[in-house]
Design a binder for this molecule. Structure first.
Ligand SMILES: [Zn+2]
Ligand SMILES: [Zn+2]
Length: 522
């Protein structure tokens, strides 16, 4: 949030549907959006009283549409509501369009750039610009997210600071203890920044930060943070964005800017846009020797991937248990025709024999050479004895280790969703099933098309939660679905979930090696 805005918004930002049965988060996935609360929180509507007239609402929606590059209808159409539901930074967009216009204006009027430019002295601002008056800054990681190793978080944080020092006159150094200029911390829910700035669980607001010189960035601890191809949100990208705020940058309306308020994946393109560079240089000048270094996302991606691979081996070796048993997180799970369970995470996978013996991590692409760096869903189909892998908008089909001709194919061409949560072969239907959010899709492997009359609501699978990261059928015909540390066992005869538990402790066939315990909810 911006430090000039009083945290007076005491209304909860998200309104949960009243129909959630098991628990709010488990049953409903993402919470429903309250557009008015959204527009207040992000600075499009004033928040000093709770009633806004139609004209105010329309103009606020138009401002939001302009910054989000949507058609300016002034109405809460479906594209606008979809954009509001996108994961984003919790800092207000108030005034950012104006700051951006002034920034671009400076190029054309050729006024002096670095060193506290006068255009930043807006009415709501103090006389001095919101910047640091020194070029060497110390940062501290106050606490750590779950699911990621300390080493990889430290690497991601230092890389995130480096993208800024590479293009500006700033230099950063970690101060593990003692005083630091910029402090990075992970918090859950309300953390004393005012009720309007409480974190909202997975999705929605991912993080927020303060303009100088408070020097703080906060990250929602409930997010699934990742550093490479995993499902979840890339900590490096969000970290680099929030660091931008701690240096004095506001949101950018430029589509591929790091300072765009919406979450951006770490892709192949450059991490920094021209607008980010312009903004930081107008505050702190150019790097010494005027040497700009702009790393493509691809390079960072490969470095993080490599790091994780080392991490996986070190973790497996030191504890004797695979990494996914400690963190409780994997990307996909399936079983081969011999009953060997395969667990996928990032660029590696593990095999668990029917007796529960687990192999060391193997590189994914050593076995399936044409797959991407990581996958989102995997399923072996006993019907055609083939392997199916899903990532983004693509499907790969393998016979053993050989990619079938014509693959990868586009999921949308055959009526399947992009980025499925999980995929599994379901014998009672004789087809493959893909879950995605609140819906499921039935995929006919013989016609290679989605079955007609689908997708349908996930509610058909009584008790199955949204957002599962993997699922597979066991030899007894029961289906097991996984989300983080929990599993749901679905009985195809009773057509409902009959057991919920913690898979690391209770399912020894996952390779985490502890005797099973009963927890039946029948
Ligand atoms: Zn932001
Ligand atoms: Zn905070």
């Amino acid at each position: 949030m911006n430090r000039y805005r009083a945290a007076s918004n005491v209304k909860p930002v998200w309104v949960l549907a009243a129909t959630c049965l098991i628990s709010a988060r488990a049953a409903c996935g993402s919470p429903l959006l309250d557009p008015q609360a959204f527009l207040e929180k992000y600075g499009y509507l004033h928040d000093d009283h709770l009633i806004h007239n139609a004209v105010e609402m329309q103009s606020a929606i138009q401002k939001f549409q302009r910054l989000s590059r949507l058609p300016m209808t002034g109405e809460l159409d479906s594209a606008t509501l979809r954009q509001m539901a996108e994961p984003r930074c919790g800092v207000s967009d108030k005034g950012s369009q104006q700051v951006w216009a002034q920034r671009v204006n400076i190029i054309f009027t050729a006024r002096s750039s670095a060193g506290g430019p006068s255009w930043r002295r807006r009415k709501r601002s103090a006389i001095k610009a919101d910047k640091w008056y020194k070029s060497h800054l110390a940062y501290q990681i106050v606490n750590w997210p779950s699911h990621l190793s300390l080493g990889s978080v430290r690497l991601a944080v230092s890389a995130a600071f480096q993208v800024w020092s590479n293009v500006s006159g700033l230099a950063f150094q970690e101060a593990p203890q003692g005083p630091a200029d910029i402090r990075l911390a992970f918090y859950e829910g309300d953390h004393n920044d005012g009720a309007g700035n409480a974190f909202d669980g997975p999705g929605g607001t991912l993080a927020h930060a303060f303009l100088p010189r408070r020097g703080e960035a906060h990250f929602d601890k409930a997010e699934r943070w990742t550093l490479n191809g995993h499902k979840g949100h890339n900590l490096f990208m969000v970290m680099a964005h929030e660091i931008g705020h701690t240096l004095g940058l506001e949101h950018s309306p430029v589509r591929h800017a790091l300072m765009s308020p919406y979450y951006r994946k770490l892709g192949r393109s450059l991490v920094m846009s021209w607008d980010d560079i312009l903004a930081v240089q107008q505050l702190y000048g150019k790097p010494p020797g005027d040497r700009l270094v702009r790393l493509p996302g691809e390079v960072l991606h490969a470095a993080l991937q490599e790091w994780e691979f080392m991490d996986v081996h070190m973790s497996d070796k030191s504890s004797g248990l695979p990494l996914y048993c400690h963190s409780g997180v994997f990307d996909a799970i399936t079983a081969d025709p011999n009953g060997t369970v395969l667990v996928f995470r990032g660029s590696v996978y593990w095999s668990v024999s029917p007796e529960g013996r687990v192999s060391g991590a193997s590189p994914l692409r050593q076995h399936w050479a044409d797959l991407p760096l990581a996958i989102e869903a995997a399923a072996f189909s006993p019907l055609d004895a083939k392997w199916y892998f899903f990532k983004g908008k693509h499907i790969w089909r393998y016979t053993g280790q050989v990619l079938d001709a014509g693959f990868p194919r586009q999921s949308t061409d055959i009526g399947l969703p992009r980025h499925p949560d999980c995929a599994f072969f379901y014998a009672p239907l004789g087809h493959m099933v893909l879950l995605k959010g609140s819906r499921y899709f039935v995929f006919n492997l013989q016609t290679f098309r989605r079955e007609p009359y689908y997708p349908r609501k996930l509610k058909d699978w009584t008790g199955v939660p949204q957002g599962t990261n993997g699922a597979l059928s066991r030899p007894d015909g029961r289906l097991y679905l996984f989300r983080q540390r929990h599993f749901w066992r679905f009985d195809p005869v009773k057509v409902r979930v009959t057991r919920v538990g913690q898979w690391v402790k209770e399912l020894n066939w996952t390779g985490c090696g502890v005797a099973p315990q009963g927890n039946d909810i029948l």
